[in-house]
Design a protein around this ligand. Structure first.
Ligand SMILES: Cc1cc2nc3c(=O)[nH]c(=O)nc-3n(C[C@H](O)[C@H](O)[C@H](O)COP(=O)(O)OP(=O)(O)OC[C@H]3O[C@@H](n4cnc5c(N)ncnc54)[C@H](O)[C@@H]3O)c2cc1C
Length: 406
């Protein structure tokens, strides 16, 4: 069986590929100045995001005024596919473009769209996402960062106190999409609101958390908020509706996130397979058979991840529901970890020094890169961020398989 898209979709692919060839940032320029965190946008990246916005390729499914061309989901899919194939990211600020801007477009006021979403879309500003706290991660509804309204809802100010943690990109971001408790007496899911907080507001302190991989370029941060004041007009959506909006925000993230995850997986596998003959040649026969078996198994899993993603996507594109989507975040991040583990196993101590995914600006900072060992360490982060694998399994068990809550 040969799978292919309709000719009209392939026409869009050809048009985009031509445009990309003529307009893409040069690989040398990208490699010379890669992003340092998901809140950091080097100059080439700012220019590139703007160029995509102006040409209507940045978010193809949106209208032209928001950087799109009213394209359908399948056309959007092939644009993402071509970008990954050309090794060019749309943005370094993945949470800004993938979650914050769409949420502001969905729930914000026209002024918030103008002053906060549009600058992200035009590559002029970056945002971070302040959800998790030391006592609230998987159970986000337990968050305790507090915001109290002083004055009236039109002209007053929110006063915010609390702490966030694991805030990707907060060390460079221009503003935070901050989840806070505004209704302390309401049930915990109903008392949360979202505020837009410029990172240079007095009382905001960011403390980077160096990671085991690339410790000189931390992406994760603690954010302390001490009597931080923002205008009442910085409330996004309705007061107390933050929980419902959080589910909408993360749905933006899960919708097509598998496309990049699967392509990252395929890139790593390709590198492993390219290196395999030389690696296997030096092994004892029994050891070689085991290593070859592992490589084949992960190649099959990678193919399965692509098929599962496409199957679910096809159902969604036809307007149906797709249980496959619920599996994808967990399955793709697990396979990514396995490729890195197999690479590290096969190379042994050599995996500390060599690998196949260079840090040349073609991947977002939150993707595993570098030597096989660095990729392996980093791969754990992807099984935790945006909902841990255990939580994804709970979702599949309860919502897809209909099993009772444990
Ligand atoms: C690389 C990275 C980037 C991140 N970026 C951001 C960001 O930009 N903004 C932000 O707000 N947060 C961010 N996070 C935080 C992330 O959302 C949380 O780490 C995640 O939701 C888990 O929360 P926790 O760390 O508090 O762990 P906990 O929720 O305390 O979980 C600890 C362990 O218990 C398990 N567990 C918890 N509850 C259950 C359950 N009900 N059933 C079974 N197992 C359970 C978990 O799976 C985990 O293994 C990031 C995290 C990482 C690793």
């Amino acid at each position: 069986m040969r799978l292919r898209f309709d000719p009209s979709v392939e026409t869009v692919r050809d048009e985009f590929r031509d445009w990309l060839g003529a307009n893409r940032p040069a690989p040398a320029e990208m490699a010379a100045d890669p992003a340092l965190s998901t809140g950091h946008a080097p100059d080439w990246m700012r220019r590139w995001t703007r160029r995509m916005f102006d040409a209507g390729w940045l978010v193809p499914g949106w209208p032209p005024e928001l950087g799109g061309r009213n394209a359908g989901p399948v056309e959007t899919f092939v644009v993402l596919e071509e970008l990954a194939r050309a090794r060019v990211p749309r943005t370094s600020n993945v949470q800004g473009l993938g979650i914050v801007a769409p949420s502001i477009v969905d729930y914000g006021t026209p002024e918030q769209v103008r002053d906060h979403a549009m600058p992200i879309l035009r590559g002029e500003a970056t945002a971070c996402l302040g959800m998790s706290e030391p006592g609230a991660g998987s159970d986000l509804a337990s968050l305790s960062t507090r915001a109290v309204l002083e004055g009236d809802p039109g002209s007053g100010e929110w006063v915010i106190d609390g702490q966030k943690v694991w805030t990707s990109g907060a060390n460079y971001a221009d503003f935070c999409f901050l989840f806070c408790r505004t209704e302390p007496d309401a049930p915990k899911h109903r008392g949360i609101s979202i505020l837009l907080v410029p990172m240079d507001t007095p009382g905001v302190t960011v403390r980077p958390l160096p990671e085991i991989v690339h410790p000189g370029e931390p992406d994760l941060n603690e954010v302390f908020l001490d009597s931080v004041r923002v205008p009442a007009a910085n409330l996004v959506g309705r007061r107390g509706d933050g929980w419902a909006m959080a589910n909408g925000s993360l749905a933006h993230e899960r919708g097509m996130v598998w496309v990049n995850a699967v392509m990252g997986l395929e890139e790593a596998l390709e590198q492993l397979v390219a290196q395999a003959p030389a690696l296997l040649a030096g092994m004892e026969p029994a050891e070689r058979a085991l290593a070859a078996d592992e490589i084949v198994r992960i190649a099959v899993d990678t193919q399965a991840a692509r098929c599962l993603g496409q199957r679910g996507f096809a159902k969604l594109a036809r307007g149906g529901s797709a249980p496959e989507q619920a599996l994808m975040k967990w399955y793709a991040s697990d396979c990514r970890q396995q490729v890195a583990r197999v690479g590290a196993d096969v190379l042994g101590a050599g995996s500390l020094e060599s690998g196949g995914v260079p840090n040349d600006g073609h991947l977002a900072v939150d993707e595993p890169r570098g030597t096989w060992m660095e990729q392996y360490f980093h791969s754990f982060a992807n099984t935790i961020s945006a909902g841990t694998s255990e939580i994804q399994r709970n979702i599949v068990a309860e919502k897809v398989l209909g099993l009772p809550r444990g």
